[in-house]
Design a protein around this ligand. Sequence first.
Ligand SMILES: *[C@@H]1O[C@H](CO)[C@@H](O)[C@H](O)[C@H]1NC(C)=O
Length: 337
Amino acid sequence: MKRGVTIFILSTVVVLGFAVHSVWTLLGLLVATGREDAILRGELPAPNSGTINERPQLIPKIIHQTYKNESIPEHWKGPQQSCLDLHPDYEYKLWTDKKAREFIAAEYPWFLETFDGYPYPIQRADAIRYFVLHHFGGIYIDLDDGCNRSLDPLLAYPAWVRRTLPTGISNDAMGSVPRHPFFLKAIDSLTDYNRRWPLPYITVMASTGPLYLSIIWRHYNNASPDDENRVRILFPDEYNNHPWSFFTHHVGNSWHNTDVKIIFWLARHWVFVTFVGFLLGFSLLGMLYKIFILNKQPLSPRLSPKTRGFERFAYTRIPFYRRISSKDLELEDRHEV
Ligand SMILES: *[C@@H]1O[C@H](CO)[C@@H](O)[C@H](O)[C@H]1NC(C)=O
């Protein structure tokens, strides 16, 4: 019985250890604020300030966007035009499915098999943005994001991404110099993270999307604390909450399915979900404990099968604080002999 308990506790510890280890990066994401890498509003020149041109311009003046073909839907033409209008001196690259595939085949042929094999088109749209930023540098903007002011001040950082609340970073607007180590890590890890999960939304998020990039960001942060290559973080206020923010957001997540609703519901009720999870987990452990440890108590071998049944019955009827182990019963028997 003692050995059983020890094994039980040990295996519980091992299972819990594995569980915590496998979600360690995710747990880390919950507490990673990115504050230490924030692009502070104080360092950003006002929209029409003359000091904008005095700042270094590290990121090349290129705007990247993606769509399946050249016919951009009507509701995204407004946001797209707002970015074109504010950046007449920028090169504009629209990565259609065809161009994206040709680019990968020509420049990153080792990735073509994974690229072609993605089950969801949005995964290719996610992946291509990391590759073009790594290759050309520039600023990637989702088609549903419009520009609210010139992005020139953001050219002053070697790489920047946007913080999302409550956790992680997004891949809907990002800037980088060519061959930045963060985007190198992002393209290099894609094949490792190319896994299928039970829901399409999770598969997309974790294999190429914002969750993937957040995990890469988390690992990258830990790996390179040196200042020069750190990835700066654009916070919501600077992103799109105010008249002086950089972007405006327009509705239109074209690939959201029903599983998104489930995920969002889980995210909104995460305290409840965590609680239920723990409850289920511990009930299961309790049940296993009962089945495998408590029921294994050896019964007195000298009792006949009939009395044994009776003994078990009697045993269960005694309140737990007055219960005696079967060893005690055995000793008592011996005493009587
Ligand atoms: C682009 O894709 C849309 C939607 O699938 C389609 O209706 C349209 O005809 C395509 N345009 C071109 C130029 O192929």
